[in-house]
Design a binder for this molecule. Structure first.
Ligand SMILES: C[S@@+](CC[C@H](N)C(=O)[O-])C[C@H]1O[C@@H](n2cnc3c(N)ncnc32)[C@H](O)[C@@H]1O
Length: 199
């Protein structure tokens, strides 16, 4: 349902669906990150461009070529460089012991995809590497302020504990917060926020 064609169509408009400002949880904690940063499901570039403007080297992966073309244009207009890679996270193989950090902002994936990918993410981090993740929680199902209408793709604190067993949680909780991210995410939302460090 949420495949490449779905996302390319959603991003076809010239406006930025989730705006051009970074996710606020990421903006609050970006100082914990080190390069290179792998951004899962980067979308139209708002988070990668923000991190690049703070001096970090970022690789943004997304299944949507339309999104990543917009990300490249946003980077150019802001005078920063980002790397982009069109790839399906269902088959993506990140380099081992390579990344200083991984970010995952509203990167909702089906559990079989997460179960294959997340161990590879743990493996791809260098020692002391950090994951910053924010995702809509299962409690978001009753709201219309963003996120997939599929409980399997929504997160909980328990799922995160189980799916990143080798990272030490620095922060892991569920909160309700106001989101204001373009037309795509607007209003009160239930999200899970996670910062994990590889020992
Ligand atoms: C809600 S958007 C979030 C985009 C971006 N992280 C942000 O915060 O603005 C979800 C993104 O996941 C991407 N996506 C969905 N399934 C994917 C997959 N299997 N592999 C890679 N990217 C995927 C979509 O193309 C879309 O850009």
């Amino acid at each position: 349902m949420y495949d490449e064609a779905f996302w390319n169509k959603r991003y076809a408009d010239r406006n930025y669906l989730y705006g051009t400002e970074p996710n606020s949880f990421l903006a609050e904690h970006f100082s914990l990150l080190s390069s290179p940063v792998l951004s899962l499901s980067e979308g139209e570039g708002r988070n990668a461009v923000f991190l690049a403007s703070r001096g970090l080297e970022v690789v943004g992966v997304d299944i949507s070529s339309v999104a990543l073309e917009k990300a490249e244009r946003l980077a150019e207009s802001c005078g920063v460089e980002i790397k982009t890679l069109v790839a399906d996270l269902a088959t993506f193989e990140p380099e081992e012991n390579y990344y200083g950090s991984v970010i995952s902002i509203s990167a909702h994936l089906p559990s079989p995809v997460r179960n294959r990918l997340y161990p590879l993410i743990e493996r791809s981090l260098k020692r002391d590497g950090v994951v910053i993740l924010e995702a809509f929680s299962e409690n978001q199902l009753s709201r219309s302020t963003g996120g997939p209408k599929d409980a399997d793709m929504l997160m909980t604190v328990e799922k995160l504990k189980q799916e990143f067993p080798n990272l030490e949680p620095v922060l892991l909780h569920e909160v309700e917060r106001e989101v204001s991210e373009g037309a795509g995410h607007t209003g009160m939302a239930s999200v899970v926020q996670f910062i994990g460090r590889k020992p």
